[in-house]
Design a protein. Structure first.
Length: 568
């Protein structure tokens, strides 16, 4: 038996391809040229990973992958200087570890003897080759030489700079010279570090950046898909220069540390303009800074793309198609209410309608819509804006939030006089919005007459499509009282594409009540919110829990995620 097996024979022995598929591929190779593996992939008989695994067996070279965790270079062996980035990306090689004079290197083409010889000359080491797919090698190169490395370098460079001037700066130093602080905020290491903090957050699809001073450390956290994650933290001695740099960019007063401040700035990344809204809050250890990242390109401002179930979307569209009435979005802060309102405005926007909004703040700028930034400090409140709007001949009015009796009263009056009014309200579910308006001071008969649509909303994380795994539901796996139609649901696992979290992206779950005569009768009779929801369910509405369970059955999210967001 020959010691060296051919690639085709290995693939057949492994049951990956048939003899007929191999002969067809060889014929195609003879006609068109190229390698047999490339032809097999082109014909769709094998994947890139199957070819590389077969090559590994053919050449007796170990196979490694990102999923196995073995395609991660050692961080303390100066490997990036041993094989420079340009050489690595050009030749698809990556150093993994070094032991004395032996260097383990992953290669896409270990049969390239000239490349192996060049590696020996470049590193002055004996090369111990391993093999992987082109896709995994490229990702590993980017992770090693790219943003993560730059981020670590920036932190280390800034720490090194402490020895040359950035020494022992802490939140307790109240006598620090303002001129000196500004100068330190403009130092190259601090500028580079702040730029990389923002850039990495955008690349990680973070919605917020938290810079938090504590007693003995300076914490950096990103909020991704609604969950906060710790990041490598700069030295606490860099706290003041970093915060000052952010405040300078945001056009905030860097000398004012006793009062909260708001500001903002824009950055350009890959030809995209991204808004950053900045808020400072004085704490006992110094100012806490939060940067909200508003990337319009990441947010689909279309109702059909937000994640509504078909029945829910139909009810929402019926509600906003009305020529007048009050449309309310309810839910806690961060539940996506503003995004849903923007998507609704986008759908209703035409050249024949005059749309005016009063917002605090204006999160996304929409063409064809007149948006007003509320400024309470100069008297431009929601209520005052609304009074002015009614003299501007509006068809549709959006009010950022109903906060008080005055604003609620004007919204109701506008809805009753031929305008479609959209706003948000902080309640736990849709029926409770009625109770909330009555508690504010609006008579129930006016609430009944004006309400057109109520939508309660929450955001839940979506399972990573690449790694989610099916599980069979067993007795005791789900809380009593809940039922699922399918015996198979999915749970989070974690892979390289989702940073081993198991979730990637978010979607909405909703409770949609289209207020018709039956709902009005129920409200007018003064029934409880539970009874109002019972009437709505008879007309096709889902509760938040039912909406979430539908997405569990469809494999969009996990049962654990839904139960963590919605109370049973």
């Amino acid at each position: 038996m020959p010691r060296y097996k051919r690639l085709g024979d290995i693939l057949i022995a492994e049951g990956v391809i048939t003899e007929e598929q191999l002969q067809e591929s060889i014929s195609c190779q003879v006609k068109e040229g190229g390698k047999l593996g490339e032809v097999l992939i082109k014909l769709g008989y094998v994947t890139e990973e199957q070819i590389v695994i077969a090559l590994s067996k053919q050449l007796a070279i170990p196979y490694v992958s990102l999923a196995s965790g073995k395609l991660t270079p050692a961080l303390d062996q100066n490997l990036e200087n041993l094989i420079p980035y340009d050489f690595s990306i050009r030749n698809l090689v990556l150093p993994l570890s070094r032991s004395l004079n032996s260097l383990t290197v992953v290669l896409f083409n270990p049969l390239d003897l000239i490349l192996v010889d060049n590696l020996k000359k470049l590193t002055v080491c004996e090369i111990n080759p391993v093999i992987s797919t082109k896709t995994d090698i490229l990702k590993a190169i980017e992770a090693f030489y790219g943003k993560d490395k730059l981020f670590r370098e920036a932190i280390e460079a800034a720490r090194d700079e402490e020895d040359d001037g950035l020494k022992e700066l802490s939140a307790e130093e109240t006598d620090l010279s303002l001129d000196k602080l500004i100068a330190q905020a403009e130092e190259a290491p601090v500028v580079k570090l702040v730029d990389l903090i923002i850039r990495q957050a955008i690349e990680e699809n973070a919605s917020d950046i938290h810079l938090e001073p504590h007693r003995d450390k300076f914490a950096l956290r990103y909020r991704v898909d609604g969950v906060l994650y710790d990041m490598p933290s700069p030295s606490s001695s860099l706290y003041l220069p970093i915060v000052s740099r952010v405040k300078i960019l945001s056009k905030m007063d860097i000398a004012e540390k006793r009062l909260p401040q708001d500001g903002g700035f824009m950055v350009k990344m890959r030809d995209k303009l991204i808004d950053l809204r900045v808020s400072s809050l004085p704490t006992i250890y110094g100012e806490k800074i939060v940067l909200r990242i508003l990337d319009k390109s990441r947010v689909p401002l279309e109702l059909a793309k937000l994640g509504f179930l078909p029945q829910e979307l139909e009810l929402v569209r019926k509600g906003i198609d009305a020529s007048y009435g009050l449309v309310l979005l309810t839910g806690p802060t961060g539940s996506g209410k503003s995004t849903t309102l923007y998507a609704a405005l986008n759908e209703m926007k035409t050249s024949t309608k005059n749309i005016i909004t009063a917002e605090d703040p204006v999160e996304y700028r929409l063409d064809g819509i007149n948006q007003v930034q509320v400024k309470p400090e100069i008297g431009l409140t929601f209520a005052n804006s609304l009074r002015c709007f009614l003299r501007q001949d509006p068809d549709i009015i959006l009010v950022g939030e109903v906060r008080d009796m005055e604003t609620a009263e004007i919204c109701i009056r506008s809805a009753l006089t031929g305008h479609l009014v959209l706003s948000t309200l902080h309640t736990n579910d849709a029926p409770t919005a009625v109770t909330r308006l009555v508690d504010i001071g609006i008579p129930s008969y006016l609430v009944v007459a004006s309400l057109r649509l109520i939508v309660a909303q929450r955001l839940i994380r979506k399972l990573c499509f690449e790694c989610k795994e099916p599980v069979e539901i067993r007795e005791g796996d789900i809380p009593s009282g809940l039922t699922l139609k399918s015996p198979i649901i999915y749970k989070a696992k974690g892979c390289e594409k989702c940073n081993f979290i198991g979730y990637k992206g978010r979607t909405v779950i909703n409770e949609v009540i289209l207020v018709d005569e039956d709902i009005r009768d129920a409200i007018h009779k003064g029934v409880s919110s539970v009874e109002v929801m019972t009437v709505a369910r008879r007309k096709g509405a889902f509760t938040l829990l039912e909406s979430g369970l539908k997405k569990v059955e469809e494999g969009i999210t996990s049962l654990e995620e839904v139960l963590s967001v919605v109370a049973i």
